[in-house]
Design a protein around this ligand. Structure first.
Ligand code: SF4
Length: 335
């Protein structure tokens, strides 16, 4: 356990957590919505500090990040808990439940994880992923600081539902973000995730302005967030506010957890891919076997610069600075 950051004392022994926009007011002995930040004897503690649900080396494409050191591998770490309650959560076993044996699990200090990450010399850094890293903020920050000292990159895969002040702290440490933009209506966020869209949009704008690398994932769920008008509005907003070079991953949904709608059809994914490509230069399809939306093309001359097949990546038309070998256009900022 570790004392949490970003909270304040309220009356009658209650504490208010200000890490995410839920601003949970937490009574003695109770935890916030995320289940892992708990009021113990008048202090807010992160109860899962040092505990991991899984660790391993993944292709960076699996995060997914397609324009950040393409073809590399990254040491990936997950913990427990989440500040959202998505009915379609793909990792609900670690995000929505806390195992009974959690206090007896092996603990990993930040230095130990960094040493594990350094164990493979082709590894570029550490990704905070699998469950929502916002809720294990203090653990992530300690690991990220230790990783940065060793010259490793830090990557965060997140829902973006965080308050501006803690986000500012992360912007000093995290090199690349993949933010899950789950839909483009407040209605969807309220009913399907118990959160709000507006703070997520603010997070995206802040990351973009910070100059940190940003990619977005949108899981398309049959009958829930597949309205053409809303999707077009989302893409227009991304292009206008974040820029037309913003990378967008459209991901196929499969029934899971509390959601039983049928899987997203290939037809819908391809149709929305086409709509997104009208406004954005780099759109990809994920969680599906298809040749559409897999490769990277130069936004200037159209040359194929990266060939992909699942998580295999071949850099074919790029120089060592990430420029197209045909026309010199910068395609990949981080190589
Ligand atoms: S991080 Fe957890 S405890 Fe803090 S406001 Fe968000 S859900 Fe509540």
């Amino acid at each position: 356990m570790k004392t949490a950051k970003y909270y304040e004392w309220r009356r009658r022994g209650q504490l208010q957590c200000n890490l995410c926009p839920h601003h949970c007011v937490i009574g003695e002995g109770k935890a916030g919505i995320c289940k892992v930040r708990k009021n113990i004897d008048g202090d807010l503690l992160l109860t899962t500090y040092g505990i991991v649900s899984s660790v391993g080396f993944d292709p960076i494409e699996k995060k997914p990040l397609y324009h950040f050191y393409p073809g590399s591998i990254i040491f990936s770490v997950g913990n427990f808990g989440c500040n959202l309650r998505c009915k379609f959560c793909q990792n609900w076993q670690i995000s929505q439940t806390i195992p009974d044996d959690i206090n007896h699990r092996k603990k990993y200090g930040p230095g130990e994880l960094v040493n594990m990450a350094l164990g493979k010399n082709t590894n570029i850094g550490i990704a905070y992923t699998y469950n929502e890293p916002i809720v294990w903020f203090e653990y992530m920050v300690d690991i990220a600081e230790a990783a940065k000292k060793e010259g490793l990159k830090n990557v965060m895969v997140t829902n973006g539902f965080i308050n501006p002040q803690p986000l500012d702290e992360l912007l000093g440490l995290i090199d690349a973000f993949n933010v899950d933009l789950k839909a483009f209506t407040e209605d969807f966020y309220r009913n399907q995730t118990i959160s709000k869209l507006k703070p997520v949009k603010e997070t995206l704008i802040k990351i973009r302005k910070s100059g940190r690398h940003l990619e977005i994932t949108n899981l398309l769920i049959t009958g829930h967030n597949d309205d053409t008008r809303n999707f077009t509005e989302m893409v227009k907003w991304i292009a206008g506010e974040l820029g037309e070079d913003t990378v967008l991953h459209l991901s196929r949904y499969f029934p899971t957890y509390k959601m039983s709608a049928p899987p997203t059809s290939l037809g819908l994914l391809e149709e929305f891919y086409g709509l997104a490509k009208e406004k954005l230069n780099h759109v990809y399809l994920g969680n599906i076997s298809t040749t559409t939306g897999q490769h990277t093309f130069c936004s200037n001359c159209g040359q194929k610069v990266i060939d992909r097949s699942r998580y295999n990546t071949w850099l074919k038309g790029l120089d060592d600075k990430g420029r197209c070998t045909n026309c010199g256009q910068k395609v990949i900022e981080n190589m």
